[in-house]
Ligand binder design. Structure first.
Ligand code: IDP
Ligand code: MG
Length: 152
């Protein structure tokens, strides 16, 4: 089986996750999986950023509620790096609707509503590149070795 290439992906602990005090637990799951934090920021998403972030959903009925939610308080933005990180993180996050997300996934274990579903994760290489650039500039990324990761 191929090992997978090293990728970077964007994760946001959404305002509901931060307000519920779950930011540390959720970050810990990714760290334990050997994903490396290469950038991190606590910020409140502006309406302009939200429009760019969720542009693919602009015509959907849930879009106004989505923008209201994502701008409603601070998010923890993370750039995570690891082998096949984009797909691995999506698996850990689980299905969009927490009511049908598998137990063991973040949404399956902690969520109950669809718009405040705790967490965002990039869904493709193109999305990851585009979304990371919304939250981080080149100088925000850190280089270091993880002691427990074979790629470190
Ligand atoms: P994803 O976050 O699993 O990638 P997307 O389809 O990209 O899901 O939707 C973006 C976000 O919009 C979801 O995480 C959720 O917060 C919200 N959302 C998606 N579908 C619905 C819906 O049917 N009702 C309400 N909110 C939704
Ligand atoms: Mg999505």
């Amino acid at each position: 089986m191929p090992e997978g290439t090293i990728e970077r992906t964007l994760v946001l602990v959404k305002p509901d996750g931060v307000r519920r005090g779950l930011a540390g637990d959720l970050l810990g799951r990714f760290e334990r999986k050997t994903l490396k934090i290469v950038a991190a920021r606590l910020l409140t998403v502006t309406p302009q950023m939200a429009a760019k972030h969720y542009e693919e959903h602009a015509s959907k009925p849930f879009y106004p509620g989505l923008v209201t939610h994502i701008t409603s308080g601070p998010v923890l933005a993370l750039a995570l790096e690891g082998r096949s990180a984009i797909g691995v993180v999506r698996l850990m996050v689980g299905a969009t609707n927490p009511q049908t997300a598998a137990p063991g996934t973040i949404r399956g274990d902690f969520g109950s509503a669809v718009t405040p579903n705790l967490i965002h994760a990039s869904d493709s290489t193109a999305s990851a590149e585009r979304e990371l650039a919304l939250y981080f500039g080149p100088s925000d990324y850190q280089t270091y070795h993880r002691l427990d990761a074979e790629f470190a």
